[in-house]
Ligand binder design. Structure first.
Ligand code: AMP
Ligand code: SF4
Length: 470
């Protein structure tokens, strides 16, 4: 199975003379969603211009690169994937020429039937340039016999299953699509007369655009010189937005489903304090991901919040270790303890999740070395027992510690004085306590194993009929 592990961000703008510059800034704000490669495609005079590179947005784009991306519309993408598939040919947006002209696409999410569709397409002569799910979508659009792009898009998308927030740019239109379950985020904004679409609202803030609304699950939004049109051609399904975006992945300053991510994280921390109370001197966050939940825990429990761990924000993805090994170097280059705060104290250490437990083990040890008397670990989500197939990079089930260890066994491994997780109900209720109107429904498969749209099947199990359709 290729490319199961995508986590990405998309941004697009239509109707602004500085489209590629604003897209570059939008990608800057979405950098947390992917640090491996980035790209922008712009539209000028019915022609598409493209630039993609490996690396961070700040390193890839400069004024002379942006000068090669003219026009008043642009879409962009930031991507992260596992190392085996980190190649430039997989960087997005993809651009292809087909019978109706040129089309570019940027995708956040993962399809669960991409392999099957690829096999079928290849058996009928399609040649793929990349190993990405996203390319399958382009092929499906190009083989459609329908006359108009929108009909081709609807037909192509009706074959795909999975999580997708998509942005297309053609010779005259920008098109946004969100899967019927609304698994990955996508919002619509307005910047003066220009329409903006972004994975998260934090990118709208940066360019001074206003948040208009979510792109609704199952919605197709077409933007061109005549304005914006919305279509809902797919069968309606219950929305199951990814609850992990609230817990860890999205930026705390983003607003999703009318809820501020930071506020949700604080609620998760408050609920954690109710479910797993303690007597301790300080609540200490694991930076940065544990900070909002630690504030919530502190406010609910009355235990003072203190910073006991300081993060170096300038650490790149790789660094050269000294030849003579230094104890705990790997974690210490990113995080250091504040001995003055921790010495002789009973602490509650808060993080948002435990994946393999390597971070928690190292941090607990660091706390003890700094003199902490008791170290109690509290996690603002339930045990992560299942992998994600919908666009968040998680390891295989075997590597997820909670898939094979009880909470007690995990506690033994990380050598804390106690370990407590938030309950599944507590997690759902915390997120919903901030819902406007009816409670929201979520995907929480990585905690429950209930995959709302299933998971990738073995190639043989699927029955496809791409080429016999009328
Ligand atoms: P681990 O050491 O494997 O248990 O990782 C736990 C840390 O990774 C926590 O501090 C989380 O904030 C962070 N984390 C959780 N999920 C992810 C993810 N999908 N990608 C990157 N980091 C994550
Ligand atoms: Fe989000 Fe977990 Fe569902 Fe993946 S499995 S979409 S990370 S809630």
């Amino acid at each position: 199975m290729h490319d199961l592990k995508e986590k990405c961000g998309v941004f697009g703008i239509y109707g602004h003379p500085e489209a590629s510059n604003l897209t570059y800034l939008g990608l800057y704000a979405l950098q947390h969603r992917g640090q491996e490669s980035a790209g922008i495609v712009s539209l000028d005079n019915k022609q598409l211009y493209s630039y993609r590179q490996m690396g961070l947005v700040a390193d890839i784009f400069n004024e002379s690169v942006l000068d090669t991306l003219p026009g008043n519309a642009a879409i962009g993408h930031v991507r992260y994937s596992t190392t085996g598939f980190s190649q430039l040919k997989n960087a997005q947006p993809f651009v292809v020429d087909y019978s109706l002209g040129s089309i570019a696409v940027a995708h956040n999410g993962n399809l669960i039937n991409a392999d099957l569709l690829r096999d079928e397409l290849e058996a009928h002569g399609a040649i793929f340039q990349s190993t990405m799910d996203t390319e399958v979508i382009i092929h499906l659009i190009s083989i459609s016999k329908k006359k108009y792009l929108l009909d081709r898009l609807i037909e192509g998308i009706s074959f795909i299953k999975g999580a997708y927030s998509l942005l297309f740019l053609t010779n005259e239109k920008m098109i946004a699509v969100r899967d019927p379950n609304g698994l990955r985020p996508l919002v619509l904004g307005k910047h003066k007369n220009a329409w903006v679409v972004s994975s998260e609202s934090c990118a709208l803030d940066l360019i001074d655009a206003e948040l208009v609304r979510e792109v609704e699950p199952g919605e197709i939004i077409v933007i061109d010189k005549n304005g914006l049109k919305s279509y809902k051609p797919f069968e309606e399904r219950d929305e199951t937005f990814c609850i992990f975006e609230y817990i860890y992945f999205a930026r705390p300053d983003s607003i999703i489903q009318d809820k501020n991510v930071y506020e949700v994280r604080k609620m998760l921390g408050r609920q954690l304090a109710r479910e797993c109370p303690l007597d301790a001197d300080y609540v200490i966050p694991v930076p940065d991901s544990g900070i909002p939940a630690a504030l919530g825990y502190s406010q609910e429990s009355g235990i003072p919040f203190e910073l006991g761990i300081i993060r170096n924000h300038y650490v790149g993805r790789t660094f050269i270790e000294p030849r003579h090994s230094i104890r705990g170097f790997g974690v210490r280059i990113k995080l250091n303890s504040l001995k003055k705060v921790l010495n002789n104290k009973r602490i509650v250490l808060i993080d948002d999740s435990i994946v393999r437990a390597t971070t928690s083990e190292k941090i607990v040890k660091m706390m003890r070395l700094a003199g902490a008397k008791e170290v109690h670990m509290r996690i603002s989500s339930p045990p992560t027992t299942h992998p994600c197939y919908y666009g968040i990079d998680t390891p295989t089930k075997r590597e997820l510690i909670a898939s094979s260890h009880t909470i007690e066994q995990i506690n033994t491994k990380i050598k804390a004085d106690s370990l407590g997780y938030l309950s599944i109900e507590g997690m759902r209720n915390s997120a919903n306590s901030l819902s406007v109107g009816k409670p929201d429904r979520y995907c929480d498969a990585c905690f429950t194993g209930n995959y709302p749209i299933g998971y990738p099947k073995h190639r043989r199990e699927a029955q496809l009929d791409l080429f016999n359709k009328k």
